[in-house]
Design a protein around this ligand. Sequence first.
Ligand code: SF4
Ligand code: SF4
Ligand code: FES
Length: 605
Amino acid sequence: VILPAVRASCVMSEGTRQEVPMVDVQIDGDWHSFPQGTRMIEALRAVGKMPPHYCYHPKLSSPGNCRMCLVEMGMPARPVPGREAPVPDADGRLPIGWMPRPVISCANTVAHNMGIRTESALVEECRHGVMEFLLINHPLDCPICDQAGECQLQEFSVGFGRGESRFREQKVKKPKNVDIGPRIRLDDERCVMCSRCVRFCEEIDDDPVLGFTDRGSHTVLAVHPGERLDSNYSLNTADICPVGALTSNDFRFQMRVWFLKETESLCVQCGRGCNTLIGSREDTIYRQTPRENNAVNSAWMCDQGRLDFAFVNSDLRLTAPILGERAGVQGDCDGLPATRHAASSWPAAIEAAARGLEGVGAGGLAIIGSARMTNEELWLLRRVARGLGARLIDVVPRTGGGDDMLRSDDRNPNSLGAKEILGIEPGEKLASIRERVRSGEIRALLVWQEDLFEEAGFVAEDLRGLDHLVVCQQLANATAEAAHVVLPGASYAEKRGSMINVTGRIQRLQVAVASPGEARDDWEILRDLASEIDGVSGPFLLEEVWKEMSEEVGCLEGLSFGSIGRLGVSVLETGAVVPLLEKERARRASGVIPEVLDPGVGRAV
Ligand code: SF4
Ligand code: SF4
Ligand code: FES
């Protein structure tokens, strides 16, 4: 009567495919098929019946301490001596003998012919009870809590609570607004003791600074004496805290989460390209949070990258094209004559840029691009260089600061794109360009999104002999101050485009906010500059840029912008590994964390 236990199938996370036996499981009366060893909670998620849960997180171990994910479980009834044998139904399945008590679904696995009930009277009663205990000492300060709107205590009490409190006694008072780290605040009264933050620090961050002290309803979360929650990954604890106990100093009290628009994008602070959600309202960015991508950043990101968006909203943003004229007197930029600047129209600025660059001839020209530019922008920069006949072209390398988690030692987000598209080794020609500018051999310089002084090692004296300096910048800086033509470009959050990360994965940026004033998307500026130089109009859509680029850049052959998708596509084999993902793989292989099912697994049988 037992169904065949082994059916050939393949289900594995992260693209590793491997044959595993499948088992049939009855969930709320319907039969489904899952790989043997699947956690019950993941099986329930796969069929759209994810139970409420606090302590469970698929990237952490499962202590089973919150008891919120209780379900009813049963196995095929067995013959009992002296009683009638169980009778199989028309499909040959034996009736299920239900256990008289509930089980937690987060720490148990499915078995062949198992039954699970998620909606029975017993399950409902259990959820009411757990919610009631959790809310007894909760301060109910939702109106002033930053988590309101994305709080699982709110959501589960509405969905699974009793709807009223029977508690008439005095609530236990606990520490509030506790400074436990430079970027995190703790409110102990809101903590539901799920221990997700404690386990994140121990298991992912390898920095076990959090723990519980005291007992019973007086238990509090605390940092160990003499320690601080100050690792570069500390803000991930605020992301996974299911309630408002841990909040980000940067985001708290800034904006109600239900007003935020969320845009899928990337962090561009290093070559990892962590996937993000940009939270914005009315063209102002309020926060960035990690977006799960198991081939790039798992579910995490570093604090440094997460918080590096203030410049997008900065008053220093350039908002109009500017034309400058050297005034012949000493200026602010040390060692250089002052440049009188005046706002210009885009056509006049593009024309001035093109004529000035053309005017010195190919031998007197160099281009400094950026490995922070998108592939599409680099492609159009290449067209500008070809139109001008420029042979000296480079980007500014940035290195250092890598760690054994996510941060890459390459602090540029698109070094591989620059190599593939421009055919250069980043930084190889920079010293030579600087020397030739200084000697007067180079008389016109085009600089795209790089600060010559801060990043490229130039000093003001180097630029004395330049006849023409054209720059595209986002912020007013010394390079813009010294330029003859300033083109205001877009930040990473204001543009569409693609970048190739250090492991060779191409991923997409999306527009989260509008550029300030008349600043424009860089690919459009480059297209106009290229057209002014070579007389060829277009392309007019980013997709057209892609078509041209993918026909000539080998690693992009056959790809379209759309086919990159939400999670990117691997286009180059670099041999680079992500230390955090390697550790995660090992923890999954040892069974500490569960396999996450591929979409489509758990289909009805
Ligand atoms: S602070 Fe948040 S994540 Fe940490 S134990 Fe409390 S509820 Fe859980
Ligand atoms: S690891 Fe790199 S890409 Fe990821 S969040 Fe940090 S700086 Fe950004
Ligand atoms: S989710 Fe907490 S016990 Fe299962």
